[in-house]
Design a protein around this ligand. Structure first.
Ligand SMILES: *Cc1c(COP(=O)(O)O)cnc(C)c1O
Length: 370
């Protein structure tokens, strides 16, 4: 029996090679571990073409820790953050800023609607106090792709700094911090890089990080201190997630062997096409317009049957070896299926069959079939 396939946005299914990279106990002060950290950071920077302009600061914890650290460090204590919100992760970024005590305003659009760059320009012109803008690149709560290119242009033209939560897009969708004006990009080990959870990182523009001295609200989340200590000693401040870093090293080796970002995107795009066409065959409807859908995670409307309950659906599909993800919309009954992880169209096809068979087993199939 194989492990269940995780059709979730992370933690997700990883390869055996990535898992076995964790079978060594590394000393956190050991030179070989320090080299491992340095090589991981160099690769992460290279993925977004940041070596000349940015630095990579890794941070212990899940992705949210890195988001909170980026906000707390880069937005000065008297700064003001505008967050574009069209889902749960945008809300979370705004909430983090509020808890840290930064002034924050939101520009909200519906869950299925990207922010309008002209409206953003208008809001920035109307409020000179806004120093920073926060954007969720792929809003994982639906899978919508927000227009990073246009937004970064608007923010730069207005003379503000852009902080991008690229948690669920980093490594799969093209991002180039060498040419796009982005002050900081945040991601983690366990999404499109296909590592295991436990490490976030911030790719920060060198001048923006240097200017952040004294901003941090927190000792453990002080990114400049983490960076300077690492530069000086090669070591992390405080216990590093050694096994996670080793697994990420192995995952990055496989990323490179696969062909880097274009190859990763191609595999996920193919997974997404197979998923969407397969699910449509069984009558499932997409929540988003296809043109707004990133090939990362797909939101489907729940089956129309009156007895439908996500929990029963989840259990039935889980028994067949696949793990679905609940929906995150308050108004509509939906569920989500991830396209990312160490899986390809074979697993996606099997997952679609498992979902279809589960509808039959539960007696929910008839009303939903086309
Ligand atoms: C996964 C994710 C996060 C971080 O979530 P954690 O559970 O803290 O790892 C933040 N933003 C987005 C867009 C995500 O997809």
């Amino acid at each position: 029996m194989r492990d269940p396939i995780l059709l979730t946005p992370g933690p997700l299914t990883t390869t055996l090679r990535t898992k076995t990279a964790m079978l060594i106990d590394w000393g956190s002060w050991d030179r070989s571990f320090n080299e491992l950290t340095a090589s991981v950071c160099a690769d992460l920077l290279a993925i977004v073409n940041g070596a000349a302009s940015h630095v990579c600061v890794p941070l212990q914890g899940s992705g949210t820790f890195a988001v909170e650290a980026a906000i707390g460090n880069l937005v000065p204590r008297h700064g003001k953050l505008l967050v574009m919100v069209n889902g749960a992760y945008g809300k979370r970024m705004a909430q983090a800023a509020e808890i840290i005590g930064r002034q924050v305003v939101t520009y909200e659009t519906a869950d299925d609607t990207p922010p309008d760059p002209r409206e953003l320009a208008r809001r920035l012109a109307a409020d000179p106090a806004i120093s920073h803008v926060g954007l969720i690149h792929c809003e994982t709560s639906t899978g919508i792709l927000n227009p990073l290119d246009q937004i970064s242009g608007v923010v730069a033209a207005a003379g503000r700094a852009l902080i991008v939560d690229a948690m669920s897009s980093f490594g799969a969708l093209p991002i180039d911090v060498g040419s796009q004006p982005i002050a900081a990009l945040i991601a983690s080990s366990n999404k499109c890089l296909e590592g295991v959870p436990g490490m976030g990182f911030v790719i920060a523009r060198q001048d923006a990080l240097q200017a952040s001295r004294g901003n941090s609200h927190s000792l453990a989340m002080d990114l400049l201190d983490q960076y300077e200590y690492m530069q000086k000693s090669g070591q992390w401040r405080y216990t590093p997630p050694t096994h996670v870093v080793a697994a990420l090293r192995a995952a990055l080796d496989q990323y490179r062997e696969e062909g880097g970002q274009p190859a990763r995107l191609a595999r996920y795009a193919h997974n997404c096409e197979r998923l969407v066409s397969g699910m449509r065959r069984y009558g499932f409807r997409l929540f988003l317009d296809a043109g707004l859908q990133a090939p990362i995670i797909v939101t489907f409307h729940a089956p129309a049957h009156p007895d439908y309950q996500f929990k029963r659906f989840y259990e039935a599909v889980r028994e067949k070896g696949f793990v679905l993800y609940p929906g995150k919309l308050t108004q509509l009954d939906t569920f989500r299926v991830g396209c990312i992880g160490a899986i390809d169209h074979a697993e996606i096809d099997q997952a679609v069959s498992a979902i279809a068979q589960s509808l039959v087993d539960l007696g929910w199939h008839t009303e939903n079939e086309e």
